[in-house]
Design a protein. Structure first.
Length: 418
């Protein structure tokens, strides 16, 4: 088997790996790196690709896939929920960045017409490969992939979480004997806070804000993080009004149609039933004046309804802005976190509201990644991807030193034989 790394190497974004055996080449993800102009993985001719496997809906894994459907109909494999969430996210991406994209809405629809839904635990024959899909624990609908051919077995974790959350079960790590592993390293050099303590602190801080008559704005990613936040509030008996806005509302409807992807679907349904959904500007303007919690995309304050709310909430010290997602350098959320300022009409303005950061990550931390790698059987070659350069190099070094496996942090364009 041959592996060619097309993107997501020594960086977070534009994940894409081509795996070839016999006459079959499969693509594992094909995402984008979202900068001022979206950046794509290295090119591979569509006529060479027998199928595309999407591990989950996030744009850094799915956002380039419609390129392959400009002139061809290539089968795309993912869970049903991933297809629904991908439609929501790429449709929004086209609205925001369409000028820079090499495809249009028609190609997204063509891709979705080429969908082959799969389930966790299912095994399919795709050309010369036998492919098995297992739980990843990252976001609703996410999967890991095991490919078998020529007597070899390769695991691609995609984005993975070794520990369960309010929303999701932990990743399945019953991999069996492996010849190669492609593993993410987003937080390989970090340890996340103890989850229950973090939840208690978060809910306590939100409660304090509302009890003093303030509005607690919680910017959150529309897929996964927004729903996790309301489940946390519900689990801890949060008794005050919670509102939700933006693209998360579409994601909610998709998730409610697919109970089996959730650890506790009843909790999600109950939290969503109690949450008030905001559907128009009049409701936004009224809600932001009330003592309440508002959960709204975008998680890094790059557009979305949260960009409206933050300007209103920032002016009053009774209010608070609680960030619950990683903030990429250069984003308004990172600027807020580092400078306690926001841009209003292009000018930086100080924020009077309380500011807090709670890292409710959906990725495994260093301990989780080490746990995943210790579950691996056999003597595989290990390829470390989806992390900054330092994380990829250091985690591959740990794998070599502690587990004795061959390990490398590949560069884009490099090809390896298994």
């Amino acid at each position: 088997m041959k592996l060619r790394f097309l993107g997501g190497t020594r960086e977070v974004g534009r994940s894409a790996i081509a795996v070839s055996s016999g006459n079959t080449t499969l693509l594992l993800d094909y995402g984008v790196l979202i900068n001022r102009e979206p950046e794509f993985p290295l090119h591979i001719p569509p006529k060479e690709v027998a199928g595309i496997i999407l591990t989950h809906a996030h744009l850094d894994h799915s956002g380039g896939a419609p390129i392959f459907h400009i002139r061809r109909r290539i089968p795309v494999y993912a869970t049903r929920l991933t297809f629904e969430l991908t439609r929501i996210l790429i449709k929004d991406f086209l609205k925001l960045s369409g000028y820079y994209l090499p495809y249009e809405y028609a190609e997204l629809e063509s891709m979705l017409r080429s969908a082959v839904p799969v389930e966790c635990g299912e095994t399919l024959r795709i050309g010369d490969f036998k492919v098995t899909f297992i739980e990843a624990g990252h976001i609703p609908g996410s999967i890991q992939v095991i490919l078998e051919a020529e007597g070899k077995r390769i695991l691609y974790t995609g984005d993975v979480n070794a520990y369960e959350t309010r929303l999701l079960r932990a990743a399945d790590t019953d991999y069996g004997e492996l010849s190669a592993v492609i593993v993410e390293s987003t937080y390989a050099n970090e340890e996340h806070p103890e989850r229950l303590k973090l939840e208690e602190e978060f809910v306590g801080r939100v409660r304090e804000v509302v009890e003093r008559g303030g509005t607690a704005l919680i910017p959150a990613f529309s897929v996964g993080r927004s729903q996790e936040v309301i489940c946390i509030l519900e689990s801890h008996g949060f008794e005050y009004p919670v509102f939700m806005d933006g693209l998360a509302l579409e994601a909610n409807e998709a998730m409610l149609n697919h109970p089996k992807y959730f650890k506790d679907y009843d909790l999600l349904r109950k939290a969503l039933e109690k949450t008030r959904w905001i559907n128009c500007w009049r409701e936004r303007r009224q809600t932001v004046k009330k003592p309440c919690a508002i959960v709204s995309p975008a998680g890094m304050l790059v557009g979305g309804a949260a960009a409206f709310y933050v300007e209103k909430v920032a002016k009053n010290p009774r209010n608070a802005i609680f960030l619950v997602s990683y903030q990429i350098p250069g984003t308004p959320g990172r600027f807020l976190l580092e400078e306690k300022k926001i841009y209003v009409n292009g000018k930086p303005k100080p924020v009077e509201a309380e500011l807090g950061y709670f890292h409710f990550s959906s990725h495994a931390d260093g301990a989780g990644l080490r746990k995943i790698m210790k579950a691996v059987k056999g003597n595989p070659k290990v390829f470390v991807v989806h992390g900054n350069r330092e994380n990829c190099l250091q985690f591959s070094e740990w794998i070599r030193d502690e587990l004795g496996f061959w390990a490398e942090a590949p560069e884009a364009g490099e090809t390896y034989t298994i």
